[in-house]
Design a binder for this molecule. Structure first.
Ligand code: AG3
Length: 285
């Protein structure tokens, strides 16, 4: 009974294999194959079209790192837009701040939300917060129609740049994000592994597009054991604030204080460290 395994293939024959104890959720949606597996080493694991989105054991790294660097950089973040993120993990991190007044979350696939509601209550509980507004819609269309200067922060918590997620790595989407952000606004997007050659060209292209739209574009890194190659990147594009030079550690520490003991990865010291890039990553841009 211990022979079931699941492999996310990164290349034709190279990937990461998980021991599977049970299949907890298994549904083909209008967009993708949504599965939740009980694994032996990483607890429950959500996959979309066979790609690992999160595991119970290491989701904190991704969700803290896609949220807190920008939220601690911004002087007064109040309104946030999350594009994707239907599992609720990013939403949970954003809602930790009492000064956040409203978070719109735009998820294209309601089956992802259902999988999270069924199998990841510790994440999807965030949907019950009165400050959260859930929209089952296409993120590209949502940002096109949103009013100017509405959000202090836009977080793109997407899958890989393929299929219907490709638009979330495109120039017109980024232009709309810039338009709906306030004057100090910040955009953060997940940007794949710097070791990954599959998406290197599209990530470099996305970085260049952001550079044409935002005065500042910075990549930062975190270790995520269950994602391809284990080293992951995020890209922070900003209209004014420099993510390290304008970062005020005292302001950040004050803001984190009410929940700092619940964070498992991000802290004020790590903020600076995350933006220090290995030389091979610097040379990519
Ligand atoms: N967003 C997915 C990051 C991409 C993972 N790629 C992969 N496994 N090939 C995660 C959503 C969690 N809120």
């Amino acid at each position: 009974q211990h022979q079931l395994q699941y492999t996310e293939f990164w290349q034709a024959r190279t990937g990461l294999t998980f021991g599977v104890e049970r299949i907890l959720f298994n549904r083909q949606s209008a967009y993708q194959h949504v599965q939740v597996l009980q694994t032996d080493a990483f607890g429950r694991m959500l996959t979309l079209d066979g790609l690992v989105m999160l595991t119970e054991r290491d989701e904190f790294v991704y969700h803290e790192m896609i949220s807190h660097p920008a939220l601690c950089l911004l002087p007064r973040p109040r309104r946030v837009l999350i594009v994707g993120g239907g599992d609720g993990g990013t939403l949970r991190e954003v809602l930790r701040y009492s000064e956040i007044e409203q978070v719109d979350l735009v998820e294209i696939d309601e089956v992802v939300i259902e999988a999270a509601r069924t199998c990841f209550p510790e994440l999807s509980i965030a949907f019950d917060d009165p400050r959260a507004r859930l929209h089952v819609a296409d993120g590209v269309a949502f940002v096109r129609e949103a009013a100017p200067a509405t959000y202090d922060l836009v977080i793109v918590d997407s899958t890989d740049p393929v299929d219907f997620a490709e638009g979330l790595f495109g120039e017109s989407f980024y232009r709309d994000c810039a338009r709906i952000l306030t004057d100090d606004g910040v955009l953060v997007t997940q940007s794949e592994s710097p070791f990954d050659y599959t998406f290197q060209a599209s990530i470099q292209a996305a970085h260049a597009m952001l550079g044409r739209i935002f005065p500042r574009v910075h990549m930062y890194l975190a270790h995520i054991p269950t994602y391809p190659m284990g080293l992951w990147s995020f890209t922070l594009a900003s209209k004014r604030l420099h993510p390290v030079e304008d970062f005020d550690p005292e302001q950040a520490a004050r803001r984190l204080a009410p929940f700092a003991d619940r964070l498992r990865y991000y802290n004020v010291e790590l903020h600076r460290a995350a933006f220090a890039l290995p030389s091979f990553v610097r040379r990519l841009f």
